[in-house]
Design a protein around this ligand. Structure first.
Ligand code: PLP
Length: 499
């Protein structure tokens, strides 16, 4: 088996091993690590369709993490995809309204972030050992809601790690907040920021590039790493469920071998849809990748014009995990369609940093044909939730509903009847108020927690353990700080000495 190495999208670092890329998170030149080639799917569909999720995971991931031994990789997979998920299928498919919903929300925190963040801590532990790192790894994360909790659950009580999450004190949903402040584990720290998500994110970025702090940490046996979706340790596990999803459709007789499907992904940071693009390049028969945005439709504009422009108002929507104006993982797609031209990517990213904008050359633009971009407004999203419930009794969360609406817009515009898999990224129980309002069953004053039981009566879907747990759990984290005190807070948490 030939090895895969990783290169930075900005050309600075080349030929490094997967385990090194996982521990580092981001390249020193500011670029993202990408595999030096996309491996081919070697297993036949005949075999894949009878495999468990764990087996598909091994088959796919071993092609990318070529410096891991079989034993190491199987250990990570077995630790991650176990009873933490509320179904043995791990990522089951439900058919509703002519589409197939690939439900990625059956993990601990009932959002798709669990699919990768359940395994990242183990990948990181094994990687640190392979790289002979003896420091304790401190995961620093800024979150707008879903990543923080999923990372906390993943890293809680994982030996050799600590995790510190900063969230905007008044900028997450009540259920998201309750999930975080009740987090157990003797290595978890949750801090509310007086400020918005951008303040938290900028604070974390500053800390990552603070050389003096890095040295002080290292002298005292610590180093930072990232659980953000730029880590290839998050990207690779996300490729698995697209392959698994196709295999399950085959097994159920819904499609025939070789038949092309479309995949719709509600998109924010472009991580989830990029994984589908990698799956396609491995040999998964995908006709179109539908990139669905909410009112923050930077990607829709980009896919249609070749101009990426983040100079616009930031809109707070009912699909908050997609409220994002800089889609970091898009850089990996750009690298691929530029013919792996690190210099060009460096130039585009400098434009983005300086002017908030970049323009693709015609040559690169023409390579975006495999993608279709559209968006759903707030009104359209709510209507989609209501319509599908009326039609089929299936309740979507607002993120998934954005995907569904864009799927409808596409089929109508293109007259394409290709069977479509929709990445269903969160349980409706995480956003009870928005969902119940869409269904016309709650008013503005309604309380997210009080609506849980009502949603249950209406959807007949079992209330996930993740929700039951937080209802009566004690609050364990009350720390908060100003956004310019994040460094001091970290020093305090780690008990760092002066040097
Ligand atoms: C993070 C998230 C998304 C966006 O995924 P990206 O990989 O950032 O594009 C969509 N829906 C939910 C519920 C999420 O938590």
């Amino acid at each position: 088996m030939s090895k895969i190495y990783y290169n930075s999208t900005r050309g600075g670092e080349r030929k490094i091993e997967a385990s090194y890329a996982i521990v580092k998170g981001i390249a020193e030149d500011g670029g993202l690590y990408v595999p030096d080639r996309i491996p081919e799917l070697k297993e036949t569909w005949r075999n894949l369709r009878s495999m468990s999720y764990q087996e598909v995971a091994y088959t796919v991931m071993k092609e990318y993490l070529t410096d891991f031994t079989e034993e190491e990789l199987r250990f990570c997979i077995d630790q991650a995809y176990d009873e933490k998920f509320d179904t043995e299928a791990i990522a089951p498919i439900t058919k509703a309204g002519d589409a197939y919903f690939l439900e990625l929300f059956h993990g601990r925190t009932i959002a798709f972030k669990d699919m990768a963040l359940s395994i990242l801590p183990y990948l990181m532990k094994v990687s640190a050992k392979k790289q002979n790192i003896h420091n304790e790894i401190v995961i620093l994360t800024a979150t707008s809601g879903d990543t923080g909790k999923a990372a906390l659950e993943g890293f809680a009580d994982v030996e050799g790690t600590k995790i510190i999450v900063f969230y905007p004190k008044d900028g997450v949903s009540p259920i998201q907040k309750q999930q975080m402040v009740t987090q157990k584990g003797n290595n978890t720290y949750v801090v509310g920021i007086e400020g918005n998500f951008d303040d938290a994110q900028n604070g974390v970025k500053d800390i990552f590039s603070n050389g003096a702090l890095r040295k002080r940490m290292n002298d005292q046996g610590y180093q930072f790493s990232s659980a953000n979706s730029i880590n290839i340790g998050r990207l690779v596990p996300q490729i698995v469920y697209y392959i698994y999803g196709y295999a399950q459709l085959l097994k159920a007789g819904e499609i025939e071998e070789g038949e092309s499907i479309n995949i719709t992904v509600p998109t924010g940071n472009f991580g989830n849809i990029l994984a589908a693009f990698y799956a396609k390049n491995m040999g998964l028969p995908i006709k179109k990748l539908l990139c669905a945005s909410n009112d923050n439709k930077v990607l829709y504009d980009f896919l249609n014009t070749g101009v990426y422009d983040k100079n616009r108002e930031f809109i707070v929507t009912i699909s908050p995990s997609m409220d994002i104006l800089i889609s970091s993982n898009l850089e990996r797609l750009l690298y691929s369609i530029s013919g792996e031209d690190g210099e060009e990517i460096d130039r585009l990213m400098a434009d983005l940093k300086e002017n908030g904008k970049y323009v693709l050359k015609e040559e690169m633009k023409s390579k975006l044909q495999g993608f279709y971009g559209n968006f759903a407004s707030e009104e359209e999203t709510s209507q989609a939730i209501k319509a599908l419930y009326g039609e089929d009794g299936y309740v979507m969360d607002p993120h998934t509903a954005v995907g569904y609406k864009v799927y409808e817009k596409y089929t109508e515009a293109a007259g394409d009847e290709t069977k479509t898999l929709i990445a269903s990224t969160a349980s409706p129980y995480k956003f009870t108020k928005s969902v119940m309002q869409a269904l016309g069953k709650a008013d503005d004053r309604a309380d997210d927690f009080a609506l849980i039981e009502k949603l249950h009566e209406l959807s007949k879907v079992t209330i996930p353990p993740a929700i039951e747990e937080i209802l009566h759990a004690p609050v364990l984290h009350t720390k908060s700080c100003k956004s310019n005190q994040m460094e001091t807070t970290i020093v305090e948490i780690l008990g760092l000495r002066e040097i």
